[in-house]
Design a protein around this ligand. Structure first.
Ligand code: GUN
Length: 284
């Protein structure tokens, strides 16, 4: 089987176009504030992409550049200032933060109404109750791709290779919901999973989000012959951007997201949609 490639770039274009149309109806353009700590080159590129997406949607964007040696308290002050600024609709703290910073102490201070990443305990709690207004971007992007290609995970076995609070855990929660785009039987795999390949090889859907090619790749012989593979992993190898899946996965899978051009652009477009939702909810 040769996999049908799921076109994240097109989905992202459609979402941003829809968001731009809806944003025009607001009295003020939504504004996204991004906090960038230090000068990690990869983070700078991600932030630039978010700014470009804001431009495409007719949003204002603002980057708060903070020194790599800033303290946790100084960063919390920046978050408080953005919380109190009525012109800011959404706040995003670009991760990773330097290791001396208490990440959760900073993220937990974001006003939940402006928490477009869904990183705060309030929004993660609301997500568990299926009542969140702002849901996390990458899990939403995965489900949006499935929706657009009518690939319902309902009743199917889904293996998620990632257990983070940003991707694996919220995605598992969302895929287990009692709705058409949930109702899946979810297994969350990680680096301590015994018999790892048993789980991926028995899954109808494999969603992989590791991004560490030196320790893990998803290979063709690790999946079922007709599996749907969503590749969230992103890393660089010999100057080339690659996902978690090796090239031979395309020979086995029925559907596959490419990398680049798969989940990444959709995640960025969903961030724009969350910023619009945040802006709207603040006007109410
Ligand atoms: N770093 C890499 N991806 C992301 C993301 O989606 N959100 C934030 N805040 N930081 C990131």
């Amino acid at each position: 089987m040769t996999a049908y490639m799921l076109d994240g770039t097109k989905i992202a274009r459609d979402i941003k176009s829809d968001v731009a149309t809806q944003a025009k109806e607001l009295e003020h353009a939504p504004q996204l504030a991004v906090i960038l700590v230090g000068d990690d080159p990869a983070s700078k590129i991600y932030v630039q992409k978010k700014q470009e997406a804001c431009d495409e949607c007719g949003f204002e964007s603002f980057v708060c550049y903070v020194s790599a040696i800033a303290t946790t308290e100084a960063l919390i002050d920046v978050v408080h200032r953005l919380n109190n600024n009525p012109e800011i609709s959404g706040i995003l703290v670009q991760l990773p933060l330097p290791s001396h910073i208490d990440k959760f102490a900073v993220l937990n201070e974001i006003d939940p109404a402006k928490d477009v990443d869904c990183f705060t305990p309030t929004n993660l709690g609301l997500l568990a109750q299926n009542r969140a207004i702002l849901e996390p971007c990458t899990p939403q992007a995965v489900i949006e791709i499935l929706k657009r290609y009518n690939l319902s995970p309902a009743g199917k076995r889904v293996a998620i290779v990632n257990r983070s609070l940003v991707v694996g855990q919220p995605l598992a929660t969302m895929l287990m919901r009692e709705n058409e785009w949930g109702n899946a039987t979810v297994t969350v795999c990680h680096d301590r999973t015994e018999n790892f390949q048993y789980h991926t090889a028995n899954a109808d859907f494999v969603i992989t989000a590791v991004g560490k090619p030196d320790v893990y790749r998803l290979r063709g012989n690790m999946i079922r012959g007709d599996a749907v593979v969503i590749d969230v992993g992103i890393s660089r190898m010999n100057g080339k951007i690659i996902g978690d899946a090796t090239e031979d996965v395309a020979d086995f899978a029925s559907y596959l997201t490419p990398c680049p051009g798969g989940v990444g652009p959709v995640t960025c477009a969903i961030l724009m949609r969350n910023t619009l939702i945040a802006a709207r909810s603040q006007l109410e």
